[in-house]
Design a protein. Sequence first.
Length: 301
Amino acid sequence: MEHALPLTNRQVAERLTTIADLLESQGANPFRVKAYRFAAETLLKMAHPVHELLAAEGLPGLMKLPKIGTSLARAIEQLALTGRLGLLERLHGEGAPEHLFATVPGIGREMAARIHERLDIETLAELEVSSYDGRLAEVPGMGRKRIQAVRESLAGRFRRRPLLPETKRQSRRTDEPPIGELLDVDREYRSLAEKRRLPKIAPRRFNPTGEAWLPVLHTQRDSRHYTALYSNTAHAHELGMTHDWVVIYRDDHDGEGQWTVVTSQYGGLRGRRIVRGSEVECKEHYAQYEPKSELKLLHDA
């Protein structure tokens, strides 16, 4: 059931409580669970609508409230203004790139599916970059005016100026987690999933029987919170990789992001687990542990 936007404080609080309940049922860190519950209680006690606070003061205004950090402020903003939150959809087992892209004006469900299938991208950040580097223009039906609308919409959603026209696919950001850490989360997830020691959710896509088959892991490294699941995208099903590709999400006070870890099929990293799009960093990571006789082969591949 769709609700009129922006959402009321009670509607946002109900969604935050649902997130807390789902995180708790899936074995997430108790402190993280409490943070969402406390945020829900805070919104219910507010005298004025949270969307008015956002309009007047933005995220900094939200972060003045008790125990509302960057991650929670972003979540509250997205829920209040759009009625959606990727974390909530993932916890429900319904997160999908096609569904996410369809929330951008000018991109319907059919076009969203076409973009995902053609470009194999999964995040709004990747969608924005593709609108500048020429890839989005290669998708049938994405003309100049529609691409410009996508750029402006995403710039507004990210609350900053549009990227410069010459912007290309970005190199790995300096504030991203170490490659070794992402690979370790992948290792932990696959190990526990194989041992059937993880709670399972019933994804709403590609699951006509409603079976709870998708293992979900909530884990952390220092202050960084991660959620890991096997990929349940159309592309993963098409290639038979639903139990190989692992999607890792980060959502905490200091940052957020999404990465896909796969088994490499080519070159010197063949058979290795790699973070897609960060092959060079993965090669450097594995090179640290290679005997000297294998090190040169790895760099020459």
